[in-house]
Design a protein around this ligand. Sequence first.
Ligand SMILES: [Zn+2]
Ligand SMILES: [Zn+2]
Length: 243
Amino acid sequence: MELRLEADLHTHTMVSDHAYSTLKENCASAAEAGLKGLAVTDHSPGTPDGAHILHFINLSVLPRRICGVSVLQGVEANITDRTGALDMEERHLKRLEWIVASMHNRCMKDKSFEDCTSAYNAVAENPYVDVIGHCTTNDFPFDCEPVLKKFNEYGKIIEINESSLVYKKGAVENSIEILRLCKKYEIPIVIDSDSHFCDLIGKTPNALRLIADTDFPQWLILNADWERVREYVLKKRPWIAEL
Ligand SMILES: [Zn+2]
Ligand SMILES: [Zn+2]
């Protein structure tokens, strides 16, 4: 059976200047693509044009469903150095509903193999982080097998990122290796668009091709089933009234 995703859990809006759609446009596009859920994960304040902290503090004014799509109020936080520090304080992280932690060139100070390995090992232990975003580029090499095992030990979800597959060197080869290891150790993944424009929401053709090519098991893809995403979020964050 053809794999269809039910949620896109890494998406951006024009609160960053380098993204071009509103949240409502993203949700309308998600509904059109047949998605049940969407996580709005704008760039944290450490990004040069990242959202202001007030953007994240005020997310709770949003309705739970927009255009019929359930919206998780999240962030893509920057991993900033070898200690695995994030550019958002704990008091803000703990109020959000979906947290992707990623390395970006402009925000990550330490970039060697040892630095990235050390950073990821620390991020694994951060209780607020749900997903390790696009750990598939050549920019941030790390000791893949032991780090993935540690992510799994601490319940982190690994992202296969469509945007990286299109734009980043090494992402195809690295994603194939990560899928091989996630299959071997039964580590859950999510497949996300990392959309910066509404038409791209829920569109992950390159990632889906790799899933087919690697014969990756569907039961390990969390966002192939919105119910499983919902259960995961509600279990981790029992203060959420409805989803
Ligand atoms: Zn971006
Ligand atoms: Zn990113």
